[in-house]
Ligand binder design. Structure first.
Ligand SMILES: [Zn+2]
Length: 344
């Protein structure tokens, strides 16, 4: 998940009484990408409640309707994430993880991974959820898996009709969302961090993929995988150019290729997938690779290229506002949330 910097916007006339009235402020702040799956969103944009807004009924305790216009509880999501998540997490879900007496709304904010952080919560909504390492908590795995195999790994909670689907056990090569063990294993509370990652993946159904169902409207896994394969090809193209330019960053061919890849990433969305493909080769290259040679030539070059590709525009960066000069609008490019320091 892309780390999002979501400052509370000054609004004239006070807080809107309907959550929909936040739509433009959210899109202007976070950019036109789904906060969860990172698909581009165009017209099918949902103002999305992290803690469900559902009213209580005779059948269920509902969600948190009194929090439905809270800026800190809102992000933008695509139609697929909005409908996959449904009215969860609700009060019932929060009871599964909250200690007795703990505010259940706070439990939702703490026990699921959310991508956004609001540095200046409004005075009338004083609760500030913790700043979470949503980007570092998740990683990807390109492998052949079936929905049944993912369920066994707690990476997918299918609905009953999915289990009955004939293709439920067919494994296909896709880019699956998984907990980032490299990060999690270094944490003091790794069990709860891992559980949080899995809980979030399941609640959002980020790995739902029913192969062969021609009516399935959820194309998130498919689009994520296509983006991954395109990113791998783009990395290969960039390697070629860097080699031909004799590792000199000032070579205009490198600049042109970087710009072309940035534009492709902005159009395709899935910022975290692009980072997944490019981050390790550029920052921690393996011996005998193009990026290893580049590092020998110029130790900071990989970081400079990664920053120029997906993080910040070089000109006029003043370091004061974490999002105004970011390539993907709303990305929090602080070292704390990325896990490394961009080359400003
Ligand atoms: Zn989405």
């Amino acid at each position: 998940m892309r780390p999002l910097w979501k400052p509370y916007p000054e609004v004239r006339g006070g807080v809107p009484e309907e959550y929909d009235a936040w739509r433009h402020a959210l899109l202007d702040t976070l950019g036109s990408y789904c906060a969860y799956c990172e698909s581009p969103v165009t017209n099918d944009t949902a103002v999305e409640h992290k803690a469900a807004k559902k009213e209580a009924s005779q059948k269920s305790e509902g969600g948190f309707p009194h929090r439905q216009t809270d800026w800190v509880n809102l992000v933008v999501a695509c139609g697929a994430c909005n409908s996959a998540k449904g009215a969860h997490p609700d009060v019932q879900d929060a009871r599964g993880v909250a200690q007795r007496g703990e505010d259940l709304y706070h439990a939702v904010m703490n026990h699921w991974a959310w991508p956004d952080f609001c540095p200046n919560p409004p005075r009338r909504q004083p609760y500030q959820p913790p700043k979470q390492q949503a980007y570092q908590l998740f990683s990807y795995e390109y492998s052949a898996q079936s929905q049944a195999m993912l369920r066994q790994r707690d990476l997918h909670l299918p609905e009953s009709e999915e289990i009955e689907h004939a293709h439920f056990t067919r494994a296909t090569d896709q880019l699956w969302v998984i907990p980032n063990e490299r990060y999690i294993s270094g944490l003091p509370q790794q069990d709860s961090a891992r559980a949080k990652a899995k809980r979030t993946i399941s609640t959002l159904k980020l790995n739902r993929h029913i192969e062969g169902d021609s009516k399935a409207s959820d194309r998130r896994v498919r689009n994520r995988t296509t983006t991954y394969l395109n990113a791998v090809a783009a990395l290969g193209d960039l390697e070629n150019i860097v080699q031909r330019a004799d590792y000199r960053l000032e070579d205009p061919r490198i600049k042109l290729m970087v710009e072309a890849i940035t534009l492709e990433a902005l159009a395709s969305g899935f910022w975290s997938v692009w980072m997944f493909v490019f981050q390790d080769p550029l920052l921690t290259p393996l011996p005998e690779t193009v990026w290893w040679e580049l590092k020998n030539f110029n130790a900071g070059a990989g970081l400079a290229i990664l920053t120029a590709l997906f993080l910040t525009y070089p000109q006029g960066w003043n370091g004061l506002d974490a999002s105004s000069r970011t390539i993907f609008p709303g990305t929090d490019v602080s070292e704390e949330r990325l896990g490394f320091r961009p080359a400003f």
